[in-house]
Design a protein around this ligand. Structure first.
Ligand SMILES: C[C@H](O)[C@H](O)[C@H]1CNc2nc(N)[nH]c(=O)c2N1
Ligand SMILES: N[C@@H](Cc1ccccc1)C(=O)O
Ligand SMILES: [Fe+2]
Length: 296
């Protein structure tokens, strides 16, 4: 079977028969995965679990085990859903890939996490531009087992629907929060720095870089600061933000963001690698090896 995205005919949607890109929901074509697809999963799974020992959050690793993920085969969403539903009420739904933002937020707001059904080709083992099954399932899904993080993701979805209604600047502020927490967040666990961001845990190179490199800044979590901070989509991050707990993340993001968006409107964005006087700096990056073109 080709692992490239393709249209899938049997759609499960409450809107009847509609094009897949309008709803994004597809049934996982599990029987169609090839031996090469399962081998890609196995290779990536084994390699990442090796890299993540002592680097990833213990909460993440334990949740991954509790879900029953293993290197032997690409998991069935249905099997994971049985465990996940019992733990936190979240449900995985298969999608072709990136969804329109509002569709994505709507899923999260309803405790549905969209998972790309296809896995990268063998020649894309080390790097793929768009999220695939490995990134979504291995990276994002385990922490949905954590009740606090599960609530954070739903609150984020609701906040996304709201920000979408306010305007593009509010949406950009909120997207930066997702980037620097859900995708590239670090956490202090039992006094030690650990990874919880899905973009890091699904990348062997960035897992080592985020933890051990002297190049990036590591700065204490600061909501409004993050909302103003640009980011890179094409290289390792120049700055990581560190939370003390998922409860801290939840508490800091509980207030209504509407007045925050208003306050931030018109304020200049902060370049991805910049350190401010007001930052709680855990490590000031050397900036070694950073690309010198403009951040996103
Ligand atoms: C969260 C962020 O705003 C981003 O633009 C969204 C858009 N659509 C998406 N769609 C899927 N399937 N998965 C994602 O992670 C995202 N991210
Ligand atoms: N409190 C936020 C919602 C939110 C919660 C958690 C994460 C992100 C956003 C708002 O009013 O928009
Ligand atoms: Fe992601």
């Amino acid at each position: 079977m080709s692992t490239a995205p393709r249209r899938v005919e049997n759609l499960h949607t409450d809107k009847g028969k509609v094009p897949v890109y309008a709803t994004g929901i597809v049934e996982q074509p599990w029987d169609d995965y090839s031996a090469a697809d399962h081998a890609t999963w196995a290779t990536l799974y084994a390699r990442q679990r090796g890299v993540l020992a002592g680097r990833a959050s213990a909460q993440f690793l334990q949740a991954q085990d509790a879900m029953g993920m293993n290197p032997r085969a690409i998991p069935r969403f249905r099997d994971l859903n049985a465990v996940l539903g019992r733990a936190t009420g979240w449900e995985l739904v298969g999608v072709e890939g990136l969804l329109p933002e509002l569709d994505f937020f709507d899923h999260l707001a309803n405790r549905r996490f969209p998972v790309t059904w296809w896995i990268r080709r063998p020649d894309q083992i080390d790097y793929i531009e768009e999220p695939d099954l490995f990134h979504d399932l291995f990276g994002h899904v385990p922490l949905l087992m954590n009740p606090v993080f599960a609530d954070y993701m739903q609150a984020y979805g609701r906040g996304g629907v709201k920000a979408h209604g306010i305007g593009p600047e509010a949406l950009q502020n909120l997207t930066r929060l997702y980037w620097y927490t859900v995708e590239f967040g670090l956490i202090r666990e039992a006094g030690a720095l650990r990874i919880y961001g899905a973009g890091i845990v699904s990348s062997s190179g960035e897992s080592v870089y985020a933890m051990e490199s002297a190049a990036p800044n590591r700065i204490g979590f600061d909501l409004e600061r993050i909302m103003r901070t640009r980011y890179r989509i094409d290289s390792y991050q120049k700055t990581y933000f560190v939370i003390d707990s998922f409860a801290q993340l939840m508490d800091a993001t509980r207030p209504d963001f509407t007045p925050i968006y208003a306050r931030l409107a018109g304020q200049p964005a902060i370049p991805a690698g910049e350190v401010l006087d007001t930052d709680r700096v855990l490590h000031r990056g050397t900036g070694e090896g950073w690309p010198d073109d403009a951040d996103t």
